[in-house]
Design a protein around this ligand. Structure first.
Ligand code: PLP
Length: 390
């Protein structure tokens, strides 16, 4: 059993070997990909290979994939009033985001604060499809942003159903698929998404690379986020992160080839882990498990009344297991989870949620290590040891 068990894959995944190889090969290319000489063309080649590979992962055309510096930047790029389509050149005046979006979507990109509306989720953690049509009814040309899978709960959102509602209202749908790609099927057309965000480091690429995919060529951004050179067909100025992009492509190819087997592997371990977790502490709540909603195969978010998330995370860390608090952590202070709050979870559990997220190289030994750490923690709690309880 290795010294440490890393079970925080929703925060970031280790780089895949294929990605490291592509990164290493690209880092020694001297040319600028915009130069026309041989060195420039040599640096351009891995970018275009990666574009094909990332496009294949989400069923887009390569020409519809734009590389960015992160999933966050792709979200910022997408969430702007200035999105034109073949038959709609007017700016979009309202943005609607679900109540459980990642902070990079919640902050609304380039929309003014008062132009951003929130669409609720039900207690099952899924977007309220009954509320959606009413929420966007009076907004001409709404832009709606809905994630495919939530980063805390792993709960899969009804994206295709939401897309039908948004399109009927004359709107566009942006989908933050950062946590979903490589773990569940993610085809931009099948989802009905107009725009889709990806992040390299969640699928085994390098940190600091992302992409925005559009479903159709007629979707234009007349006001790019970064202006300057003509890189990424004028949508994202700045010399490309060649090595990072090359690694993203290799990771995307590996994620696509391995998706079914990796997902089955993660689901089997995750399910076994949840059964043990609940048999040790039958009062623990695993969010999304009892309601039977679709979840990512790798994610468990759980809470037990009396346990404080930050204390639990430290206790697991001391036992050699890396997990995270379900709640957002900023400036070292754990905030109650806005996701669980939106689901109406009781105050007692709100601050106590712990997220365990697995990956393709997680082993049964990692899960055993988690279970033995949990056994100690739960028994300390039942003995009322100080420092564990909330
Ligand atoms: N969207 C979701 C759902 C995420 O989980 C994250 C990162 O945790 C992001 C966006 C941001 O991606 P990046 O870290 O590449 O900026």
């Amino acid at each position: 059993m290795s010294a440490r068990s890393y079970l925080d894959w929703n925060a970031t995944a280790p780089m895949r070997e294929e990605a490291k190889t592509a990164f290493a090969a690209a880092i020694s290319l001297a040319g600028n990909p915009s130069s026309v000489h041989a060195e420039g063309r040599a640096a351009r080649a891995p970018i275009e290979t990666a574009r094909d590979q990332v496009a294949a992962l989400v069923g887009a055309l390569p020409g519809n994939v734009f590389f960015t510096s992160s999933g966050t930047e792709a979200n910022m790029l997408a969430l702007t009033p200035a999105i034109e389509t073949a038959d709609e050149k007017q700016p979009r005046t309202r943005l609607f985001v679900s109540a459980i979006e990642h902070v990079s979507v919640q902050c609304g990109g380039r929309f003014p604060r008062d132009a951003i509306g929130e669409v609720p989720v039900g207690s099952d953690g899924r977007l309220d499809l009954v509320a959606l049509p009413g929420a966007i009814a009076n907004a001409p040309r709404p832009l709606v942003s809905l994630m495919l899978a939530n980063n805390e709960t792993g709960i899969i959102q009804p994206v295709a159903e939401a897309a039908a509602i948004v399109h009927k209202a004359g709107g566009l749908l942006h989908v933050d698929a950062v946590q979903a790609v490589g773990r569940v099927p993610c085809d931009v057309t099948a989802l009905g998404a107009d725009l889709l965000t990806l992040s390299a480091h969640k699928i085994g690429g390098a940190k600091g690379v992302g992409a925005l995919a559009r479903a159709r060529e007629d979707i234009h951004f007349p006001e790019p986020l970064l202006r300057g050179g003509g890189q990424e067909r004028g949508l994202r100025a700045g010399t490309e992160n060649v090595a990072g992009i090359a690694a993203f492509g290799a990771a995307a190819a590996a994620a696509l080839a391995g998706r079914e087997s990796e997902s089955a592997h993660m689901a089997a371990l995750r399910n076994r882990m949840e059964e043990s977790l609940l048999s040790i502490a039958p009062d623990a709540v695993v969010f999304g498990r009892d309601s039977g909603v679709d979840r990512l195969p790798n994610t468990t978010l759980f809470a037990l009344a009396g346990i404080k998330a930050e204390t639990a995370v430290i206790a697991f860390d001391l036992e050699g297991v890396a997990v995270s608090s379900g709640a957002a952590c900023s400036s070292g202070k754990v905030q109650p989870s806005h996701v669980l709050a939106a689901m109406g979870v009781s105050a007692q559990l709100l601050r106590g949620a712990v997220r365990v997220s697995l990956g393709w190289s997680t082993t049964a030994a990692d899960v055993e290590k988690f279970v033995s750490a949990w056994t100690k923690l739960a028994s300390a709690l039942s003995k009322g040891q100080r420092g564990i309880a909330a």
